[in-house]
Design a protein around this ligand. Structure first.
Ligand code: 5GP
Ligand code: MG
Length: 188
């Protein structure tokens, strides 16, 4: 079955545009893992901090392509309500093992205004890591407001599109889709 048909059957709506199918996502994730393997080849143990919930599938796929030792932690950050950023980022820290002197890689699903990632980077920096890098599956370069932090690894650049699937939600829905689609209207 074609991806479009499968999505219509799964979510019961047709008002979407298929942006990246599962094969395209897999290929790009592999290429990102190649870069991370290369850049951290000499790191003792890379501390990965996954930003829940949107990045859970991306992280699961990415870490299985890594050839270096990693520890995985999660943090929860949210600023979105439905399709709109609230402008306030709340962070829920899980009990981290120490990040002091460690190489840390934050993994995000998507960077929109940059507010969330900036808040997270500032929060992690306080914990005294040896190095800190950021990996995001998606980024919307035209919408970035925060120029402060560099994004080291980016899967795909997007325009001003609201995307769901592959872990990303619209009001908690559609995370389970294996493909990434743009929702063409904001009705639930
Ligand atoms: P920022 O703080 O950069 O404006 O927003 C980042 C967060 O907003 C992301 O971690 C993600 O949870 C959510 N977000 C931004 N754009 C999208 C989008 O197109 N689709 C979905 N599902 N979430 C988004
Ligand atoms: Mg997020």
């Amino acid at each position: 079955m074609k991806a479009e048909e499968q999505i219509i059957n799964q979510i019961g709506r047709k008002d979407f545009r298929l942006l990246f199918n599962d094969g395209e996502l897999k290929e790009r994730v592999k290429a990102l893992a190649y870069e991370i393997n290369r850049d951290f080849a000499n790191s003792k143990t890379l501390k990965i901090i996954g930003v829940l919930k949107g990045s859970f599938i991306f992280i699961a796929d990415l870490v299985r392509e890594l050839k270096i030792p990693v520890h995985i932690e999660f943090i929860t950050a949210s600023s979105y309500s439905k399709m709109q950023s609230t402008g306030i980022v709340s962070i829920r820290e899980n009990t981290f093992t120490t990040l002091q002197g460690k190489d840390v890689l934050i993994i995000e699903d998507i960077i929109d205004s940059g507010l969330t990632i900036k808040t997270l980077v500032d929060f992690i920096k306080e914990k005294g890591p040896n190095s800190l890098k950021v990996c995001a599956l998606f980024m919307k370069p035209d919408k970035i407001k925060e120029s402060i932090c560099k994004i080291d690894y980016v899967g795909f650049h997007l325009k001003d599109e609201f995307v769901v699937g592959y872990g990303l939600d619209f009001d908690q829905r559609y995370r389970e889709l294996p493909h990434v689609i743009e929702l063409l209207n904001s009705e639930l």
